[in-house]
Design a protein around this ligand. Sequence first.
Ligand code: SF4
Length: 265
Amino acid sequence: MYPRYIEPGFKPYNPVELAFKTEKIVTREGEEGQKRKYTDFYSVPVYSGIATGYAVGCCLRCFYCWSGFSRDFPEKYGEFYSPRAAFVNLVKAAREGIKYGKPYWRLLVINKARISGCEPTIGRRHLLKLLEYVETSDFKLFILETNGILIGWDKTYAKEISKFSKVHVRVSIKAGTPEGFTWRTGALGKFYDFPFKALKHLLDYGVSCHAAAMTDPRIMSREERAKILEELAEIDKTLAAGLEEEVIDPYKTTIFRLKKAGMKL
Ligand code: SF4
């Protein structure tokens, strides 16, 4: 059974196993290295302008997730791109700039890149090869937005990322307790501290990183938020001080997933 989204009676899953199940769906071998599925490449105004590869597949099932339905049904979405092809498309997206929205967005110089809409650490060889291309490019920064499960599970992943000078990692914390983790993500509670472990592994190897957390008071108590801050401070006080806090936005996919989980905000 491949979990799609949380529903009442949902059986908690192992997110590391789900990462490897998902990898089988969203990657394939190619002559130029491990290919990964993407649905699009474009630039957006967040981070003052960033080229974005929208890729497919995640190892969590957060009920507040805004990603497209490619998260739930990765087999139905996207085309396979080699690391080089993904890089070329990111460069093209950066050159084209932002084509819609506020007129001044079109003036933004796009010199950052990221993979969004998915968990980018799935397909490790694809990501690391893509980072090699970024390293020798005109991009100034690659923002790796991750849920931290795979980096928390395997410290050598952090070591490999530390070889690149242009990477900054944003680790998304889902919960301060095992119960909160299972409730929001559908994953087994014992994995709740993997994002914290990921931050620790990254700092141990000197990788630039910060923590983000969905601390929306509609789905997280003050006590649980305080636990997250405590746990971050134990790793490094600057992580707690620099916590990026998020609230739920009512995207179509978010509303669908909240309803499926039996949630009413
Ligand atoms: S980790 Fe991110 S992409 Fe994955 S389900 Fe949660 S919010 Fe969505």
